[in-house]
Design a protein around this ligand. Structure first.
Ligand code: APR
Length: 323
């Protein structure tokens, strides 16, 4: 066989580093590679875990008919040159652990992971998944020194997806026809906006009773807790992984999707110096635009309440770290 000529087009697929090879991280690696979106480097602190998952996923490659590489590692050097870094590393809340304990523990893990990952991929876009999400996204931004449009948190896409499914269950409509918007922090104080929830363009406020809408919004707010209660050990991971993958796809394919993500606010919605879920557009340059939709007085007040809770978490975490 004659020698292969030097390539004249870029041969390398985009690369996503997934930090944390737990439930969300490993499912995300599967989604990204099986959609043929990008090569994945899966990293975890536990020796053997990312290597085992990567090998298992690779052994399905021929059946799933994709050609993306999957590498499992404990060494950040292997993540070099990643286009996107997704941080899922962290501890779940254990019995006897307060919310603040979890905050400080995950703050240390996320800060370390963000610094290490960006040292090897200084041009990467960072998506944070670890909870408490909006606070961890702020810490990752501080730790990396990246520009604001290169850091974001996954929360609103998941909350909106849950609401979409609940509206489908209530109305019988197919999820593909349903569009939903949930703003604010990824927590108890999230702000679903029924006026912006539509079935084939028709707002649900036109055909669902206020009591039904209130019930669906409440179920969405408790969406994470409902799954925890059923699973007993562990929390949701299929829909969270799908949500991150949706964002990764918009970034890699430069789709400019308009979606709710935790982004840095610098005066938008009357809020400054925090990450909070608002509508934005994601393309290959990261957060391309933050969209300021018209909110009612009550909706804006709810968003500010949610922001205050996030800000409190940021202040507590910053006081305990060297950022
Ligand atoms: N560096 C790398 N990985 C770490 C570190 C660290 N310092 N500390 C913990 N991890 C790894 C754990 O070993 C584990 O494999 O992070 C992984 C977390 O996985 P799970 O416990 O399965 O959690 P998961 O369900 O994937 O959720 C991850 O996303 O939705 C949020 O609240 C959730 O914060 C949690 C995160």
């Amino acid at each position: 066989m004659s020698a292969i000529a030097a390539p004249s087009i870029a041969c390398k697929a985009p690369q996503v580093a997934v930090i944390g090879a737990g439930k969300v991280g490993s499912t995300l690696a599967q989604r990204i590679t099986e959609k043929n979106l990008a090569d994945v480097v899966l990293l975890d602190i536990v020796e053997g875990l990312p290597q085992g998952i990567a090998l298992d996923l690779y052994e399905a490659q021929g059946l799933e008919r994709h050609d993306k590489k999957i590498l499992g590692t404990n060494d950040y050097a292997d993540t070099v040159g990643s286009d996107i870094v997704v941080i899922t590393a962290g501890l779940p809340r254990k019995p006897g652990m307060s919310r603040d304990d979890l905050l400080y523990t995950n703050a240390k893990i996320v800060t370390h992971a963000a610094k290490q990952a960006i040292a090897h991929s200084p041009n990467a876009i960072v998506i944070v998944v670890t909870n408490p999400l909006d606070v961890m996204t702020y810490l990752a931004w501080k730790a990396t020194g990246l520009s604001q449009n290169h850091v974001m948190g996954m929360g609103g896409v998941l909350d909106s997806s849950r609401l979409r499914s609940f509206i489908a269950l209530e109305t019988g409509a197919t999820t593909g026809d349903i569009s939903t918007f949930v703003l604010g922090g990824h927590g108890d104080l999230m702000v679903p906006i029924p006026r912006y929830c539509t079935v084939s363009g028709v707002p649900i406020t036109e055909f669902l009773e206020p009591e039904a809408i209130a019930r669906l919004m409440e179920r969405t707010k408790n969406g994470g807790a409902e799954i925890v209660k059923l699973l007993k050990t562990g929390s949701a991971f299929y829909a969270p992984a799908s949500s991150v993958c949706y964002m990764v796809e918009s970034l890699i394919l430069n789709q400019s999707r308009l979606l709710p993500a935790a982004v840095y606010l610098d005066g938008q919605y009357g809020l400054t110096d925090l990450f909070l879920g608002v509508p934005c557009r994601l393309g290959c340059s990261g957060v391309e635009q933050i969209v300021e939709i018209q909110l009612t007085e009550e909706e804006l007040a709810q968003l500010h309440r949610s922001a205050a809770a996030v800000k409190e978490g940021i202040d507590k975490a910053i006081a305990k770290t060297d950022l």
